[in-house]
Design a protein around this ligand. Structure first.
Ligand code: NOJ
Ligand code: CA
Length: 562
């Protein structure tokens, strides 16, 4: 496959790294992370090999939902720096070849936003219609309450103006009304502002809520997404929208813009993520294999964003009650580890009992899955959570740079965990010096993932591994093939694969040294250790593996669909 394709459609095999400026690195010694601190860490991120940073909200905020409650969409939270610091950060990131996207949280504002303050003044306020009001809302459907620990309705009575306002999330986050053309224009202006400052796109918060919870209902809610995307494309052809769309696969295609791919460029694969956790809990490939088979192919130029953990709870909402309980039993048996009745507020390494071999296998699996992997900061060093922190804040502790913490010279505003996942045991500085560390492993996975664009771009097939514990899949693009094997089980497995069209080929291991030859009948035996994993590039025996991906007749103008 020609690498030129991967520069035009950069998002299709990007490695995205999500971080919160507030918890990454303090540059001015006040205990809070900031843009100056983050900028000093750019070479760490470039060295890790990630290609795109996703910044969690950095806008002015009362901070009642960790910045997802915004009071000004056109400014920087003064605790994190100034617009000048932001521009210097962008400049430095671009210099190192890193793209940057940011959270776009326009389903709602903070109730402290001047727009809402004005809107709630009276029923006749010129901004009244920027939000969603009702004299007598329909009785609540409890399944629509996203944070059942704090809220019991999605409507809140506003005494002053005598109507209820809609809030899909917390009551301090009134929903904006995108049925109002002025609101839609303002949202485009926000996109335009940050794109002008260099952003390559946005992670769009709560997409289904944004387009569905409006008054009156939009005739075609998806038209709004297509309009936004068209606006962005006019301004900057390679900008993207990465959508938080946690809905079943059959509805998801609508968000890409079925057929056209003209709405959200990428969607997080929430279903695949939940199935991966069920597979990890059972030590069996079947749940994830079934999700991969069921997952629809996104429209041309669109892509799935794959992940194992993010900044929220590990939501298990799309599994059955029984499956969810199975995962709770395996990875979060204590009530304090669970949240909202549907998820876990833990990070991956603690859930896997700190077993480095299993943790490494889980990330190898993530990077081998067809799609664009997204890491949450600290995953690369195996950070754990702080269960003493409130709710989802458990996984949003400061980055652990050194054995002393290294996040700040002052008293950190948020506490790092103690014990086996504290900074004295888990930190960047130590892992940089240790060739067997998780950090070095993730760096290798990123390097190999980038060298194998077939994984992200290719047509993928789940293979029959002959073992219930082993997920085997292959990805083919433009006549080149990469095969990946992951042993979810605790015992060694001897896998025999039938590889159609690769008869007499040689398979070269990409994560360790080694080769295996495919027989004349297309069969190959591949042993795997307990929780073992292998990535293999296939090539005719006379072709060096590094040349197997390039074909002379690849064209610039027609990047292959798959
Ligand atoms: C989804 C975000 O990921 C979450 O952190 C936030 O609380 C809600 N949307 C509301 O913005
Ligand atoms: Ca600071």
């Amino acid at each position: 496959m020609r690498l030129t394709y991967t520069s035009d459609l950069w998002w299709k095999n990007a490695v995205i790294y999500c971080l919160d400026v507030e918890t990454y690195k303090d540059g001015n010694g006040d205990g809070i992370g900031d843009f100056r601190g983050l900028t000093q860490q750019i070479d760490y991120l470039a060295g890790l090999g990630v290609t795109c940073l996703w910044l969690m909200p950095f806008y002015p905020t009362p901070n009642k939902d960790d910045g997802y409650d915004i009071t000004d969409f056109y400014a920087i939270d003064p605790r994190l720096g100034t617009l000048g610091d932001f521009v210097e950060f962008m400049r430095t990131a671009h210099d190192r070849g890193l793209r940057v996207i940011a959270d776009l949280v326009v389903n709602h504002t903070s109730d402290q936003h001047p727009w809402f303050k004005e809107a709630r003044k009276s029923k006749d306020s010129p901004r009244r219609d920027w939000y969603v009001w009702s004299d007598k809302p329909e009785p609540d459907d409890p399944s629509m309450v996203v944070f059942p620990d704090k809220e019991n309705s999605i409507w809140q009575y506003d005494k002053g103006s005598g109507q209820y306002y809609l809030h899909s999330f917390y009551k301090h986050q009134p929903d904006l009304n995108v049925a109002n053309p002025e609101v839609r224009d303002e949202i485009a202006r926000i996109l335009g502002f940050w794109m002008e400052l260099g952003l390559s796109g946005f992670r769009v918060d709560a997409v289904p809520f944004l387009i569905e919870n409006v008054e009156p209902k939009l005739a075609d809610p998806h038209e709004f997404l297509a309009d936004l995307r068209a606006f962005m494309t006019r301004r900057k052809g390679d900008s993207i929208l990465l959508g938080e769309v946690n809905v079943p696969y059959r509805q998801l295609l609508d968000y890409f813009g079925d057929g056209l791919g003209d709405q959200v460029t990428m969607c997080f694969d929430f279903i695949g993520m939940q199935s991966a956790w069920l597979s990890l809990a059972r030590g069996e490939a079947e749940p994830l294999a079934a999700a991969l088979k069921a997952r629809p192919r996104p429209p041309k130029d669109c892509q799935w964003a794959t992940f194992l953990r993010n900044h929220d709870e590990l939501t298990l909402d799309k599994l059955t009650d029984e499956e969810r309980q199975e995962i709770f039993r395996a990875f979060g048996p204590e009530k304090n580890m669970q949240i909202f009745g549907r998820g876990l507020r833990r990070r991956l390494p603690t859930m896997l009992g700190g077993d480095l071999r299993r943790i490494k296998m889980a990330y190898s699996l993530l990077f081998s899955l067809p799609g664009t992997p997204v890491l949450f900061y600290g995953e690369e060093i195996g950070m754990g959570e702080n269960l003493d922190a409130e709710g989802r804040m458990a996984v949003r502790t400061p980055m652990q740079w050194s054995s002393e913490g290294g996040f700040t010279m002052a008293e950190p505003v948020r506490r790092m965990p103690d014990g086996p996942f504290g900074p004295d045991r888990v930190n960047v500085a130590d892992q940089k010096r240790d060739t067997d560390s998780l950090l070095r492993w993730i760096q290798l996975l990123i390097e190999r993932y980038r060298e194998c664009p077939e994984l992200a771009w290719g047509r993928h097939t789940v293979l029959d591994s002959g073992s219930p514990h082993v997920l085997a899949h292959r990805c083919d693009a433009d006549g080149a093939s990469v095969i990946a094997l992951h042993n979810l089980g605790r015992t060694a497995e001897d896998v025999e694969l039938k590889l159609e069209g690769l008869e007499n080929y040689r398979l070269t291991d990409l994560l360790v040294d080694g080769t295996s030859d495919v027989s004349e009948q297309g069969v190959v035996r591949l042993p795997l250790g307990p929780h073992g994993c292998r990535w293999l590039r296939a090539a005719p025996a006379e072709v060096p593996p590094e040349d197997a991906s390039v074909k002379a007749d690849d064209s610039f103008t027609h990047p292959r669909r798959r």
